[in-house]
Write a protein of this length. Structure first.
Length: 126
């Protein structure tokens, strides 16, 4: 039995129409469909329209109840799925880990070869 998930995407021109197919989604209302149609054309109506952020509510046909929008793919098109807290928490955690790795790398470069070797051996131990 298919389930439906209602979610919102936010972004500006152009709208990535292929994401509707990819996520098995459709506009939730006729108003949402008109919001999709406006930024889906080949050309923006005017310069301001390029920067105008819109929120569009979509309905996903879930093949199982745990299916979710492809937030990373939406982001690759410059659109966000604000309700995907798990994705954004994971992204924040990954960024923090990268920052910490960079700090450790910088600190290791300041050590003598003997100091670096001693620390790296300790880090490799269980």
């Amino acid at each position: 039995m298919a389930h439906e998930l209602v979610y919102t995407v936010t972004g500006s021109w152009p709208f990535p129409l292929d994401m509707l197919r990819y996520d098995r989604s459709r506009a939730a209302t006729p108003e949402d469909q008109s919001k999709i149609d406006a930024p889906s054309s080949d050309y923006a109506a005017n310069r301001e329209a390029i920067r105008d952020e819109v929120s569009i509510t979509l309905v996903m046909q879930q093949m199982h109840k745990f299916a979710a929008p492809a937030t990373a793919r939406w982001e690759s098109f410059g659109w966000k799925v604000p309700s995907d807290a798990q994705f954004y928490a994971s992204k924040l955690q990954e960024n923090r880990r990268k920052e910490q790795d960079a700090i450790v790398e910088t600190a290791l470069k300041k050590l003598t070869p003997a100091e670096r070797e001693a620390i790296e051996q300790r880090m490799d131990r269980p």
